[in-house]
Design a protein around this ligand. Sequence first.
Ligand SMILES: C[S@@+](CC[C@H](N)C(=O)[O-])C[C@H]1O[C@@H](n2cnc3c(N)ncnc32)[C@H](O)[C@@H]1O
Length: 225
Amino acid sequence: MTGRTRSEVWDRHAPRYDARTAWLERRLLSHGRTWVGARATGATLEVGVGTGANLAHYGPDVDLTAIDPSARMLEETRRKLSEAGPASRSDRASSPGPELSLVRPVRLLAADVGDLPFEDGSFDSVVATYVLCCVPDVPLALAQIARVLRPGGQLLLADHVRSTAWPLRLGQRLLDVATVPLQGEHFSRRPRTLLAAAGLEVTDSHRRAAGVLEMVRAVTPEGMG
Ligand SMILES: C[S@@+](CC[C@H](N)C(=O)[O-])C[C@H]1O[C@@H](n2cnc3c(N)ncnc32)[C@H](O)[C@@H]1O
């Protein structure tokens, strides 16, 4: 499957993505969003932003740039931002509420995590939720992420990974047989095992739901960059 075809797959999913994942979102995915959102700080890059499901979870002082190769996914994020209202900090202060945390300036760009259009050391934090399961080359993505992080910067990951329970692992391998060729989505990956090779050191991690969901914080060495 070529990069172009993959974008087309996500373009097709975009208009109905939130509705189709609503149940999973409540049962499984939202934990990862709360976890990464509570830890992101400073100049933050979100890779594979999708429909913008993490936006409401970031704190007010996060300066957010977000990328995705799918134009339709970016459109969904833009729509959410415009429905949330003008990007004004005073609005947020006068009307507190979870939806208003969406009211933030966000730089949105069409880009691929395998070829990030940013200078080395540009970000304090990089966030990737449910994205490394569907990129073609995880080591390349991690190398690019490590490159754009400043020394001592943090990568915050949440993803579905191969389970700790063998019957589930078996089911995930069977799923891969269909989902990898159809939409480039992998259920048997575990990106945490590739972080050290990218020069990233794990400082915090945990798993849930028979190990199917994994949250990881990893940092670049202070001397790197
Ligand atoms: C399963 S969705 C997750 C979206 C979002 N991160 C979330 O947590 O809801 C996967 C997203 O990754 C994006 N994606 C796929 N390949 C990518 C790549 N090579 N670089 C960056 N994003 C990619 C897709 O366009 C899609 O928006």
